[in-house]
Each structure stands twice: as C-alpha cells, then as structure tokens.
Design a binder for this molecule. Structure first.
Ligand SMILES: NC(=O)c1ccc[n+]([C@@H]2O[C@H](COP(=O)([O-])OP(=O)(O)OC[C@H]3O[C@@H](n4cnc5c(N)ncnc54)[C@H](OP(=O)(O)O)[C@@H]3O)[C@@H](O)[C@H]2O)c1
Length: 291
C-alpha cells in the first residue's frame, strides 16, 4: 500500500491528524505536506516525512503526491483563493494516482438557505470537484470547532458578561482533537470509501445554556446580553482582528444562534470509539485553565 499524506501538517487539524495516525500506523507510512518545513519540525522529529508544497503551485503538489495512496485535503484559510487551492489539490491527486481523498466541508443544514461567506460556496465547489474527479472520497463534515467557542462567548465574559447575537438554538460543536482522531480512523481504516459523516458532538448547547454553564463553572453569575450585529462586530474588532474577519465571525455566530448546527449524530463517537469531548470540557479548559 502507498503512503497516507495529510496536507496542512503545520496547522492544528493536520498536525493532530498525523499525531493520531501515529497511534495506528508506522511513521514511515505517513507524509505531511507543508509550505514551510520549519513549521513542522516537531513532526519530523517523530519520523514523519515532510514534503514541501503549496496549494497554489500545482507542480509542487505533483511532486509531493508521488507514491501517495490516501490523501487528506485540509481546507485552506478563508480569504484566500480557496476554490483554486482545493481544485489544484484534487487535480494533482488524480494525476498522481491517489486512490482516496478525505475532505472536511462544514456541515450544511438540509433545506437551509444559510450562506457562510468564504465557506459555503467554496465547500460546494470542492465537493463537486471531488465527485467529478472519480477519486474515492470520504467527506468528514465539521461543525464549528468547540475550541473556538470561548472566543465567541468573549474571553472577558467574566468582566462584561456574554454579549452575543440573539438566538436560543443549540450548537453541536466538536473539538479539533476529536475531529482529527476521526480523520485518522478513516485514513488508517477501511470501508469508508464514498461515504459522508457528520462529525458533531452529542451534547449540543445554546449560547444561553453555555452562559449558565460558565456561571456554574466560575461560581459567579455571568450575565447573558443580546447585542445587535453592529455591536457584536465592534466587540470582535476590539480583540484586534480586521473588519472583514469580524463580519466573518459574526456569520458563524449567527448560524450557531439560529440552528444551522443544532443537529447531532453518532458518527464521531462511532469513528473514535468513545464519547466525544463536550463543549463544557472546552469551556472549563479555556476559562479555568486558560487553554
Ligand atoms: N469548523 C470550524 O469552526 C473552523 C474554524 C476555523 C477554520 N476552519 C477551517 O478548517 C481548516 C483547518 O483548521 P485549522 O485550525 O487546522 O487551521 P490552521 O491551523 O490555520 O491550518 C491551516 C493549514 O492549511 C495550510 N495552508 C494554507 N494555505 C495553504 C496553501 N496555499 N498551500 C498549502 N497549505 C496551506 C496552512 O499552512 P501554513 O502553516 O503554511 O499557513 C496550515 O497548515 C481551516 O483552514 C479552515 O478552512 C474551520
């Protein structure tokens, strides 16, 4: 069998996928694609071969994908040319004789007209590109990352309360660690060809419920205050991000508050073979341990 290559190995999901793959496969079977090998020396020191490649440089991808059997396309950053980047990876995979590609679109609620800028259209485009490529595929659909929930609530919630968009819908956010473990299970396993999984947590929570939980965890009443779109964006801007990112974050929070990711499945538990961690775990880690 050929090698398993994980793109985005210098980032969170790519690195965690490789770390989890190492529990199932020998290091010699795993390759990490990186733009800058200096950013993944921790993986190199574990025996992982790093290959240099850029989604926007097709020749580098062709070189990097030699001898690869299974490939994880880790989605690239928003506000880059994501369609071209992902299309280049799929094209290079086909030309290199890759057998099976694993991709991670964001979960889309059936029948919903909700559009997340920089995400929805790019995911639909990439999925079609994969379906049309003839490659075997697995779609590992992601909910919002639970790791980011404390940022949405506001890291200064203890001082100013949770000031957030209105909406009582629940969100089934999952941790990057659990998602990456599911990726590793699919990449190392068999029987996942041409299947889609929705990797949700099982205990979905609404923002008012998260605020109550935070009050319990901190032993202090944290107020829950609904704010307008403009006010939420200005709160996000105050954390030092640019205007377009504040609008992007507001889009995620709007989707969460309005039920775009309230659906739960057992797919994540089935793939990792244990109960996924919870949003509560993440809130505790972040607000009590500062992680
Ligand atoms: N579900 C959610 O809530 C959520 C939230 C945020 C993001 N996401 C999506 O999930 C993806 C993975 O999350 P993450 O936390 O692992 O992100 P991350 O830590 O930013 O990792 C992204 C990886 O993509 C690589 N990359 C970017 N552009 C590239 C290019 N042109 N060629 C080759 N590699 C490239 C980066 O390489 P460098 O180190 O060289 O930059 C990095 O290794 C994100 O990129 C984003 O699309 C999802």
């Amino acid at each position: 069998m050929g090698k398993i290559l994980v793109t985005g190995a210098s980032g969170n999901i790519g690195r965690l996928t490789i770390e989890n793959l190492l529990k199932r496969k020998s290091a010699k079977d795993i390759v990490g694609l990186v733009r800058d090998p200096a950013k993944a020396q921790d993986l190199a020191s574990l025996g992982i071969e790093l290959r240099q490649g850029d989604y926007l440089d097709p020749a580098s991808l062709l070189k990097a994908f030699k001898g690869v059997d299974k490939l994880q396309l880790t989605s690239t950053h928003a506000f880059t040319d994501r369609k071209t980047a992902h299309a280049n990876v799929v094209d290079a995979a086909v030309k290199s004789g890759v057998d099976h590609i694993v991709y991670m679109p964001i979960i889309r609620k059936e029948g919903s007209g909700f559009v997340l800028q920089e995400v929805t259209a790019e995911d639909i485009f990439t999925e079609k590109k994969i379906f049309d490529s003839g490659l075997k595929y697995t779609l590992l659909k992601h909910p919002p990352f639970a790791d980011v929930i404390p940022n949405y609530l506001g890291k200064n919630a203890l001082e100013v309360g949770v000031r957030i968009l209105a909406g009582n819908a629940k969100t089934s956010a999952a941790s990057r660690e659990d998602l990456a473990e599911a990726h590793a299970a699919v990449l190392a396993g068999t029987g996942h060809e041409n299947k889609s999984y929705s990797l949700t947590s099982e205990a979905a929570l609404s923002f008012p419920e998260m605020t109550d939980l935070l009050s319990q965890i901190l032993g202090k009443k944290i107020s829950y205050i609904t704010v307008s779109n403009e006010e939420y964006e200005s709160l996000v801007l105050a954390t030092g991000v640019p205007d377009f990112v504040a609008k992007f974050i507001r889009g995620w929070v709007y989707g969460m508050a309005n039920g775009e990711w309230s659906h739960t499945t057992k797919d994540l538990e089935m793939l990792i073979g244990r109960k996924p961690s919870t949003i509560e775990d993440q809130i505790r880690k972040s607000f009590l341990e500062g992680k």
